[in-house]
Structure formats: structure tokens, C-alpha cells
Design a protein around this ligand. Sequence first.
Ligand code: KG4
Ligand code: ZN
Length: 343
Amino acid sequence: MNNKPVYILGIESSCDETSAAVTIDNKLLSNVIAGQRVHEAWGGVVPELASRAHQQNIIPVVNEALHKAKVAKQELNAIAFTRGPGLIGSLLVGTSFAKSFALALGIPIIEVNHMQAHVLANFASPVGDTSFDPPLFPFLCLTVSGGHTQIVMVKDYNLMEVIGQTTDDAAGEAFDKAAKMLGLPYPGGPLIDKYAKEGDPLAFKFPKPESPGLNYSFSGLKTAILYFLKKQTENDDQFIVKNLADLCASIQHTIVQVLLHKLKIASLETGIKNIALAGGVSANSALRETVLKEQELSGWKVHIPAFEYCTDNAAMIAVSGYYKYLKSDFATQDISPVARYPF
Ligand code: KG4
Ligand code: ZN
């Protein structure tokens, strides 16, 4: 049997984070993430600016990831990269880099679906972390990010199925759009979380949008918040400033309750009590607390990835790459990125 360790370089560039990570087998040696401040002034990610920033960041980020991991490029066994879904100009930078670097090193490339990788972030842990307790198969993963909201049934590393998803806005979008209405800068999700800590989650009541089956819908909530704020500020133009904490807490509470409701139904319908979170919104403290509370209330066994593996990162790409490497699931050099990439 060949016991030589497998070194994978993971590359993520699907949106506004340039990231590179190195794994030894299924454990992380490094995970370097370069954010892009350039979008803040625009209130959202500007695709053209994102691809230019990826182009500037990619080589320093990969160099740093290899340096931190103390792995020479000649030691790499394969390069895993995000093929999609995402912004095509951004994906092109990571994909082209992965293809040319692998060609130069004479090693295989592994394509990774960004949304599947968010799920597999639940298996990301640094080398030497002996207390790590990953979820057991099968488990349900609530993937909540700026672009996606999905309930995924996960049977194996390479075997998963979306059983519910948003039909309009994603949960992160709902947070960010509500934050924008409150006058908060982009991305507003973390700020809502911050101000909500001082507020009353039941101060204001917003409608909880209903959707068939295990699907979600958040666009109605956005409209409800917009009309509510319009009405209140007509009477008092300081309404938002005076009530910011209560507004943040109430909006957050509504989104979290909507997310939890369908997750509970999914658990009841499938009989699966191993529950995981993934995606940027799983950094939300109310969502974490609420889901963890269900450990006692519903007998769930909950797993939430460490914060750095929740938002966009290459650790999840390298870990996904490792499990594909074990199956020799390699891509060929004629592969190109795709903006839409269903499971
Ligand atoms: O997964 P991610 O980093 O990027 C995408 O693939 O979209 O998720 C970013 C999203 C943004 O909408 C951001 O506002 C939201 O995650 N987010 C949060 C929190 N941290 C990040 N939303 C609520 N509370 C947070 N603490
Ligand atoms: Zn993401």
C-alpha cells in the first residue's frame, strides 16, 4: 500500500475573495484569503473589478499558501479549483491559473463545484486538530450564502442532493438588502448580526414568507421591510437611527426562524438528525445559537464549520479536491469555468 501523503493546492475565485489553501491528505496546512475592499464603495460586488483584483491577488495568495504550508510546489500532487457557480470573469482567473500551474508542474487538475465545497467545509480542519468531530453521513446541510440558500442531503463526500432551495433571494441577500435599507454599508449581514446583539428580536414583527415544500422565498420579506421603513420614516425621519438595534434583531430573528422552519421539516421528513451549516450566513450568531438549541429540543447532532471555513475560502476547495483525488476524478486541460453549475 502507498502511504505517501497527498498534497493538494486549492484555489477559490468565484466571487470577491481570492483564496488558496494547501492540504496534506484531508487536513489543512494553510488557508489564505484576500478580500476585496474595492467593492465597498459600490454597495455590492462589481464583477469587472472583482476579476481585476483576482488577477492581482492570485500569485501572492498562492505563494503565501505554499509558504505557510511549508510545501514546495514540486511536492504538490494536484490542483483543485472552483469551476462554478460564480462570476464568470472571476472564475476564469482561478481556472486559468490552476490549469497553467498544473500544466507547468505536470500534475492533474480537479474541478470543484463551489456549492458542494461549502458543504464539505464541514470536513475542513487544521492539521493536528485532534478534537475535530466531523458530521456523520447521512446529514442535512443548510447552505446559506450571499448567492444561495439550499438544504442539501449529503450521503457521501461525492454524493449529495439539493432537497430545498430559495426560489428568489438568498438568505445572505435578504440580510444585505435589509442592511442597505437601514443605511448600513455592504456587506450588511455581519453588521445586522452586530447591532442585533443590543436589540429585541420581538420588537417588530415581519411576515414570514411561505414557499411550497422545502423551498424558501425571501423577496416578500424584503418588500415588507421596505414598506414598513417607508411608513415609519414618513412620521419620524430618525426612526431607523432610534431603533437600529431592535430593527436588526427583529429582521435577523425573522430570517433565522424562516431558515429553521424548513430545516426542521426536512429533518422530520427524512428522519435525519445529523445537521450541518455552511456558507457565509452560517457565521450569523443567532442562526448558530438557534440551530444549536435544537440539539436539546429535537435531538439533533449539529456541526458548524469554523468561521474561516464558512465564508468563501479555498480550504473547502482543497478538501473537496482531496476526496475527488482519492477517486482519480480529474479534469482535462480543455475544461472551462461555468457561471451556473447545478449539483
Ligand atoms: O459564502 P459567502 O462568503 O459568499 C457567497 O458565496 O455568497 O457569503 C456571504 C454572505 C453575505 O451575504 C454576508 O452578508 C453574509 O454571508 N454574512 C452574514 C454574516 N456573515 C456573513 N450574514 C449574517 N450574519 C453574519 N454574521
Ligand atoms: Zn460561497
